[in-house]
Design a protein around this ligand. Structure first.
Ligand code: GSH
Length: 203
């Protein structure tokens, strides 16, 4: 059954779901929130998106958006995304995410321990640092698309990160982390079950 508001299947700590929520909340798009337990995914979600990843957004007309960037583009139709930013987002989603996962969970990739994934991740941080000399924390498409991932990277070893030469990046993380928008999207919800009173995010 299709609801009268878009329905978002989400997981609080997933960086892809976080960027989708940032976009929906920044655009003030009212929707129903369904928190997903990734170990027990809802049949309702799998029925519309069998690939089984979050976020998934089902629009009121039944259309299903099952990639975080698709959801962002739908929500932020009016926010410009320039070529350079699209290239950085692509790098975030490929080589930076690859390095982030291995830096964050070295035990999961023991065969690859000879590579310093922090160094590989820093290739991206350096580009972002250069890009952030202007226009920080304005909640542009780029900010929202990469912030959840860079935040995760910065938290793997905060003491190390604090001493590195990323003044703009650090400030950008600080501004966005302290923003009402970020606090709002990080609200905690229990996993949704059919029959629950819908959690409406209303604007
Ligand atoms: N390309 C997808 C990636 C989404 C993704 O990988 N989400 C993770 C959580 S962060 C997920 O749902 N994984 C499935 C699982 O853990 O079972 C997007 O951009 O939306």
């Amino acid at each position: 059954m299709v609801a009268s508001f878009p329905v978002l299947y989400s997981f609080r700590r997933c960086p892809y779901a976080m960027r989708a929520r940032l976009a929906l909340y920044a655009a003030k798009l009212s929707h129903e929130h369904r928190e997903v337990d990734l170990k027990h995914k809802h049949p309702e979600m799998l029925a519309i998106s069998p690939k089984g990843t979050v976020p998934v957004l089902q629009l009121a007309d039944g259309t299903v958006l099952e990639q975080s960037l698709e959801i962002m583009k739908w929500a932020l139709k009016d926010l410009p995304l320039c070529e350079d930013d699209a290239t950085l987002i692509e790098e975030n989603d490929t080589s930076f995410k690859h390095a982030l996962d291995r830096y964050k969970y070295p035990g999961r990739y023991p065969q690859e321990n000879d590579v310093t994934y922090r160094d590989l991740g820093e290739l991206f941080l350096k580009k972002l640092e250069a890009r952030l000399t202007s226009n920080i924390g304005n909640s542009t498409f780029l900010d929202m698309a990469v912030f959840p991932f860079v935040r995760q990277f910065s938290k793997v070893d905060e003491a190390w990160f604090e001493t590195q030469n990323y003044p703009h990046l650090r400030n950008w993380l600080k501004v966005l982390s302290a923003s009402p928008l970020f606090h709002h999207v990080m609200e905690k919800f229990s996993p949704w079950s059919r029959g629950d009173t819908p959690i409406m995010i209303s604007f």
